[in-house]
Design a protein around this ligand. Structure first.
Ligand code: BEZ
Length: 263
């Protein structure tokens, strides 16, 4: 599942992430496939109204619908919403940091999207408004340390080119204490929360992963230098991320939680 499009903060050098649904399905189809634990945690009941926050191309939305839920899928990326609509879903373009729903849902599900939304309090406030009393907020996102090796190697490669990677980083990877505190401050009860290391096998090589997800970093180098940068980063990551079986595994760490709005 794709995250929401990352809106660059005013004055920062962070670039917008664009989603090419074809490339996403080739290089990131595993994202929805790995969403099963989230469905188990949400336990949607037939007929429940569920908001799929950051639905991407809608692959996980379809599984929610198969479980009997009535699902509204939203994503900030018009390209991903078009891909979801091509699957027959009534997906809408909406910024997850500015949700406009009022007491409309029994549950909000979000897979691999919240780390693209730096305004975490805006997200949580919008989810709180969107849920009915007693509604569940169930999500998985990148957590503290997520893709840490990739970020470190990219940062070093960009620094060798005189580029500071910090303001280019579009990702928000909180730890348990921070996100719990935000949820509780907004009135949620946290039923469960865990930080889960999950080295994740890629369908292709790490270059394709970087091209799919790392646009904000990569756009800082001119197109003619891109190949050399990708080669250098892949070479530096090879010892840690390429298995003897020839499979690249990215160092994902998930933050997964189940929270509830008071009844
Ligand atoms: C993630 O799902 O954790 C993730 C995906 C792409 C970039 C960064 C993180």
């Amino acid at each position: 599942m794709a995250g929401n499009e990352s809106a660059a903060a005013p004055g920062s050098a962070r670039r917008e992430q664009h989603w090419d649904p074809g490339r996403y399905q080739r290089n990131a189809g595993f994202v929805a496939a790995l969403g099963a634990p989230l469905l188990d945690l949400l336990k949607p009941r037939a007929g429940e109204d569920i908001l799929d926050l950051g639905c991407g191309d809608g692959a996980l939305t379809i599984r929610l619908i198969e479980l009997g839920a009535k699902v509204v899928p939203v994503d900030a990326s018009a390209e991903q919403v078009a891909a979801a609509r091509a699957r027959g879903l009534d997906a809408r373009v909406m910024d997850g940091q500015k949700l406009t729903f009022e007491a409309a849902f029994d549950g909000v599900l979000s897979n691999a999207a919240l780390h693209w939304m730096p305004d975490a309090d805006g997200v949580i406030a919008g989810v709180g408004r969107a849920l009915r009393p007693g509604g569940r907020f169930v999500a998985e996102m990148g957590g503290h340390g997520n893709v840490g090796r990739v970020v470190a190697v990219l940062t070093a490669a960009l620094a060798r080119r005189g580029i500071d990677a910090a303001p280019l980083n579009p990702w928000y990877f909180p730890d348990e204490a921070e996100y719990r505190e935000r949820l509780e401050r907004a009135g949620f009860t946290v039923d469960s929360m865990a930080l889960i290391p999950r080295p994740t096998p890629l369908p292709g090589d790490v270059r394709a992963w970087l091209e799919t997800f790392g646009e904000s970093f990569l756009s800082a180098v001119p197109p003619e230098s891109m190949g050399a940068l990708l080669d250098e980063v892949a070479e530096a990551l090879r010892p840690d991320l390429l298995g003897e079986d020839g499979v690249w595994r990215v160092d994902y760490v998930r933050l997964r939680f189940h929270a509830r709005k008071p009844a």
